[in-house]
Structures are given as structure tokens and as C-alpha cells.
Design a protein around this ligand. Structure first.
Ligand SMILES: [Zn+2]
Length: 354
């Protein structure tokens, strides 16, 4: 008997709109995620305080937990504190990437579902089955269940610094390059490609690429937020980060590893990496269009725009394949020498124009 369909691991609630946070308790009650309102809410001590003050009256049965940072220790501490305090229906991670990653890990540890309430759109991890946490060895990715609910209040997103929205744009656009790398690996190496995961990730990237709006418009933010959520679900579908991570992310990791003190944001590096990777694979027009869109949103397309020299960028690209052993992308495929990378970069810079 053939398998006729498959079930997709995905949140029960996806609520993305202006004012979504005002109805949080009601949405969770309606969906039977928390009928009693007994929630363990993880929030940052700093920027979270204002939100807590605003939301606390509407969530009288909730318990609030301050999270210090984004380390594995912080996540374990959070889980231990929740265990000591009492019983809850669900854990709510209310904040940016670090808080949500900590809450994801803690929720998995105490065996409760996670509600992700993102207060910025800096990357596609807000709805993914991975918690990224700093540990003694640097940074680790920990597999966790997908959030049961994702809530994004566009009013809150607009209040966050614009660099967070820009970072999310770069991360979303990089899907287009990542999926092309996946197709290359399928062609050249016989790697399995999950067509559904690839479709979701690519459509998310294309929608952001072609949307005429800007970082201050609700219509654009809606598409960006939905794109990042769908990208997280695409990673759940494929069971790894393939749909959203190829040469673009190898270049991003190489920036982080070679220049830890000077690295730019995740999405700035991924966007630049994606535009360059598109050029490397011969998609010159697509690369130039992607660069034009990145520029329009205030994102860098040349290394000097984030404070790196051409030599440093060449070094980054050369080192990039080592950051993800076993992942086959356009970088591994071309296996360029230092001089070839330098020539390719000169051609890229000329093609996209300054
Ligand atoms: Zn990313």
C-alpha cells in the first residue's frame, strides 16, 4: 500500500497581524493550548520589562521568568526555574531570537508545548525545530519540537530597530540561493531533494524579493513574517536546514568564525553571500536583481559596506566550505582558488554596479 500523504509538523496557530499580542490569552484559550491561562512566560530582563508591564494585566494566571542571555546554561536555568515553580499549560517565549531559542530548549526539557511570540524578524529560526544556543564549545544547534503556536504582532515589529527587519530580509532572500544549491547537490551528488520543503522556502524568498513595499509597511512586514515562518516549517518538513542554508550561510558562518568581533548581522551576511553565490553559479541577472533589492532595503551587497576589505571577503569565501563539512553548494562545486575567487568577485562587483 503506497503512502498517500504525509503529515506536516506545523504550529496549530499562526497569528501574524497588527495588534496580535493584545489577543494572546484569548487565542491560546480558543485553541485549547491554554484554557486556564497558566503560562510560563520567558522574557528578557531589559527590553522585555515594558512588554511585561503592558501584557501582565491581561494574563493574570501567568508566571514570568527573566532570561539573562542566549546560552545553554541560561536555557537549563530557565527549565529548572519553571520546574520548581509549578504546573503550566505551555511555555511562551516572548522576545527576540535569543529568548525564543532559550524558551524552545526549556520547553522541550520540561515537556511542554512552546508558543513563540517574536518581537523582531531578524531570522528564520522563530518557527524552526532548532534551538541555537551558545555553549562552552562556541555555538550549538539543538533539535527541539516545532512551536505549537507562532504569534507576531506587526505593531511590535515596527517598534523594533529597523536593522532587525533588514536582517530578516537578507535571511529570507538567501532561501532562493540555498534552494539552488540543494538542486545542484541533487544533480551532481544524487542528494535527495524534498520538493515540498524546497517549494515553501523558495516561494518565501521570491515573495520577499518581488514585494514592492519597504521595511515600514505593514503589507511588506506581513509577507516577510509569513515568509520566515514558512521557512521554519520548510526546515521541519525536510528535517534539516537545507531549504534555507547553502553557500549563503557558509559565507555567513565564515564571517562569524574568522572575524567574531567584527561580524555583521546574520541576514546582512547571508544576503551578501546569496547575491555573490547567485553570481558564481552564472545567474548574473538574478544576482544583480537580488543585489538591487537588498540595496533598496538598506542591506549591504559589497563587503566594504559592512567594514570588510575585498581581501578579507576573498578569505571568507575561501574558508566558507569548511564551516559545513558535507554540505554541497556552488562553492564546493566550483572549488575556486584564491585568484579565481578574486576574479569572480571583481566580476560580481562590476555586474551589480556601485
Ligand atoms: Zn539563516
Amino acid at each position: 500500500m503506497p503512502v498517500l500523504t504525509r503529515l506536516i509538523p506545523s504550529p496549530v496557530v499562526v497569528d501574524i497581524r497588527p495588534g496580535a499580542l493584545n489577543d494572546l490569552a484569548g487565542v491560546l484559550a480558543d485553541q485549547r493550548i491554554s484554557s486556564s491561562g497558566k503560562l510560563a512566560i520567558a522574557i528578557s530582563g531589559g527590553s522585555g520589562a515594558v512588554l511585561r508591564e503592558r501584557l501582565a494585566p491581561a494574563l493574570p494566571s501567568a508566571e514570568w521568568f527573566e532570561v539573562d542571555g542566549g546560552t545553554l546554561d541560561d536555557a537549563i536555568k530557565l527549565a529548572d526555574a519553571m520546574k520548581k515553580k509549578g504546573r503550566y499549560d505551555a511555555v511562551v517565549g516572548l522576545g527576540g531570537g535569543k529568548i525564543i531559542d532559550c524558551a524552545k530548549f526549556a520547553a522541550a526539557r520540561v515537556g511542554l508545548p512552546l508558543v513563540a511570540v517574536a518581537t523582531n524578524l531578524s531570522h528564520d529560526g522563530l518557527c524552526s525545530p532548532v534551538a541555537t544556543l551558545d555553549n562552552d564549545a562556541g555555538r550549538g544547534s539543538y533539535g527541539v519540537p516545532n512551536p505549537i503556536a507562532v504569534v507576531i504582532d506587526l505593531d511590535i515589529i515596527r517598534e523594533a530597530p529597523v536593522r532587525f527587519v533588514r536582517s530578516g530580509i537578507g535571511d529570507a532572500l538567501s532561501n532562493i540561493s540555498a534552494v539552488r544549491d540543494w538542486e545542484l547537490a541533487a544533480r551532481e551528488r544524487g542528494e535527495d531533494i524534498d520538493g515540498l520543503a524546497a517549494a515553501m522556502a523558495r516561494q518565501a524568498g521570491e515573495a520577499v524579493l518581488r514585494h514592492p513595499g519597504g521595511v515600514g509597511d505593514d503589507a511588506f512586514l506581513q509577507v516577510l513574517a509569513e515568509g520566515l515562518v514558512l521557512t521554519g516549517i520548510a526546515m521541519s518538513v525536510s528535517g534539516d536546514s537545507r531549504p534555507a542554508s547553502g553557500a549563503c550561510h557558509e559565507i555567513n558562518h565564515a564571517f562569524d568564525l574568522l572575524f567574531p568581533k567584527r561580524a555583521a548581522s546574520h541576514g546582512e551576511q547571508c544576503g551578501l553571500g546569496a547575491a555573490f553565490a547567485m553570481h558564481l553559479r552564472g545567474a548574473r541577472e538574478e544576482s544583480a536583481y537580488m543585489a538591487q533589492v537588498l540595496r533598496r532595503h538598506g542591506l549591504p551587497v559589497l563587503p566594504e559596506e559592512i567594514g570588510f576589505t575585498v581581501d578579507e571577503f576573498v578569505q571568507v569565501v575561501e574558508y566558507a566550505p569548511q564551516t559545513r563539512p558535507g554540505r554541497y553548494t556552488i562553492l564546493e562545486h566550483l572549488d575556486l582558488s584564491t585568484d579565481q575567487i578574486r576574479d569572480a568577485y571583481a566580476d560580481y562587483a562590476k555586474t551589480i554596479g556601485s
